[in-house]
Unconditional design. Structure first.
Length: 134
């Protein structure tokens, strides 16, 4: 089985270090970006099996990044998981945010912070296993 790759997009270094550490312990290959512009640059040389993205970041929000990725034929089918501290309201906010974009589907999953390891691994297993074999 090939190693699964995950791009972590979050401006909080502690969150990136925490998620990177436990995902790599589970056999994932990770890359990270602190903002949407850097994430797009990383995607030029790293084809992840899933992207974890925070909502509130400097510059473009994580939701804006999701719209950009969903509209790009190269990335539109990549599993996108929103990970945020605003989990109490985010699910409804995501639905209303993405309703404004008829051509864009929302995230594949929404997880709250602090990140529950088992929940994140379950989501990644689910979204990565549904990808077509390349």
């Amino acid at each position: 089985m090939a190693e699964k790759k995950v791009l972590i997009v979050d401006d909080e270094p502690d969150v990136v270090a925490y998620v990177t550490s436990f995902l790599e312990d589970e056999g994932y290959v990770t890359r990270s970006a602190r903002d949407a512009a850097t994430a797009l640059a990383v995607l030029g040389g790293f084809r992840p099996d899933a992207i974890l993205v925070d909502v509130l970041m400097p510059g473009s929000s994580g939701l804006d990044l999701l719209v950009t990725l969903r509209r790009d034929p190269r990335w539109r089918d990549l599993p996108l998981v929103v990970v945020t501290g605003m989990d109490q309201i985010l699910e409804k906010d995501c639905q209303s945010y993405f309703a404004a974009y008829e051509d864009v589907s929302g995230p594949d999953a929404v997880l709250g912070k602090p990140i529950d390891r088992r929940a994140l691994l379950a989501v990644l297993t689910h979204v990565c296993d549904r990808l077509p074999v390349s």
